[in-house]
Design a binder for this molecule. Sequence first.
Ligand SMILES: [Zn+2]
Length: 170
Amino acid sequence: MSDDEYEFCEIDGLIFSISPAQVRNERPALLQINPAYESWQIEGVLNHEHWEGQETRAGIREVVRGAQVLAEALRAAYPERRFMIDNRLGCGVLSFFQAHPGAPLADDEPKEPLAEETYCHVCGKRQRYHLRPQPDPEFPELEWADCATCGTELYLYCRSRLSVVGPPAR
Ligand SMILES: [Zn+2]
């Protein structure tokens, strides 16, 4: 989604960026899949949006700008509330949830072992790569590499960048 216009709704204390009709539709379906979903998980799933063009650094920059637009919209609509924005770098999935008790404050997902090959979007297939020894200054969450065949900049895996919006927790 590249539209700057967010319209939020509140249902049973939960905040959504989809319409109330969609929430009424999708929330029971979600709870049928997993009845143990907590409030922040329901918000996180129903509020997620997908961004295209995530093969390149420029594409990731777009969704980072999108996360800023979302943060501003949330701040303007609910200045007294606290949210977490979950920007899943590399996958192009942007979402948010309220900082309910028990909601994650950091990406504590275990790091996967690195595969020998990864998909190169220029070569159009999986290739060996040279991992960069230093963390990337702009997106240190991701593992950056260069395609061993064509030299294109690549990254491996997706990681969440979580950011807080709103007043400090009391
Ligand atoms: Zn390549």
